[in-house]
Design a protein around this ligand. Structure first.
Ligand code: SAM
Length: 244
């Protein structure tokens, strides 16, 4: 038995190395090779253009919208008691629509995005006068320290070559004890394809957790949309974080 395990270990390590090489081959590396201005403009163009116009449909087809809704509906990420919630990188308002539906009626919701075009799309899709819409870069949020008790950030962090400035900004605007729902692309097979499609990077789960902890953002619980998500690592990293 012991011998069999010993034999299996190098085989597993070899398979992992092959997988990593394949992922690197599929992944788009523009985020690492372009200047930050070039990359930022590319992201604005991609989301401002036809692909961005298809974003809500893509999120519906990939089940991100219905499965995301379950997280709020079942209170796996509990919005109850939050007075002020910031949605970073709102896109077409996929997460913001759940915030409007499941947060306390008096809670203030603020949607931000780098792309004005995406903010317009979110406004049209949400059809609500409740949220504020603010154009902002995740790395420079125009809000006072500790001004939100909840932050959601769905598939945005992967548009930063280094996640630290974005995470530090979200930590800064989050009140002590406040909670964040972070969804981001993982270094898996499906993550590699996401990277190719949306010019983003992917994250290693352990490494991202360590970076968060360095910034006082503690991983409270890892969340999974479905069993399949957990086994196949298909929906990326989904985690509830608390500011220490
Ligand atoms: C994949 S969409 C995510 C939409 C939505 N949050 C969701 O959960 O589906 C990514 C959004 O992040 C925005 N974005 C990309 N880089 C950003 C940055 N540095 N600061 C703020 N928003 C950014 C894009 O414009 C786009 O609307």
């Amino acid at each position: 038995m012991h011998e069999t395990l010993e034999k299996r270990r190098p085989r597993r390590a070899k398979r992992k190395a092959h997988q990593k090489a394949l992922h690197r081959l599929i992944e788009n590396d523009m985020i690492l090779t372009a200047t930050s201005d070039e990359y930022r403009n590319k992201v604005k163009r991609v989301y401002g253009g036809p692909k961005g116009a298809m974003l809500a449909t893509c999120s519906m087809l990939s089940l991100h919208i219905p499965l995301g809704e379950r997280l709020f509906k079942t209170r796996k990420f509990d919005l109850h008691g939050m007075q002020s919630i910031l949605d970073v990188g709102s896109g077409a308002g996929q997460l913001a629509s759940h915030l409007l539906k499941y947060s306390d009626p008096g809670a203030k919701v603020t949607c931000t995005d780098l792309s004005n075009q995406m903010l317009r799309r979110a406004r049209n899709r949400l059809k609500s006068s409740r949220p504020d819409f603010v154009a902002a870069d995740l790395s420079h949020l125009p809000f006072a320290d500790e001004s939100f008790d909840g932050v959601t950030c769905g598939y945005v962090l992967e548009h930063l070559p280094d996640p630290r400035p974005g995470l530090a900004e979200m930590a800064r605007v989050l009140a002590r004890g406040g909670r964040m729902l972070l969804l981001t692309t993982e270094d898996s097979f499906s993550g590699a394809w996401t990277s190719r499609l949306w010019y983003c990077r992917t994250f290693n789960r352990q490494e991202l957790m360590r970076i968060c902890e360095e910034l006082g953002l503690i991983w409270k619980q890892e969340l999974w949309f479905t069993k399949m998500h957990k086994v196949m690592r298909a929906g990326g990293i989904c985690v509830e974080i608390e500011k220490a």
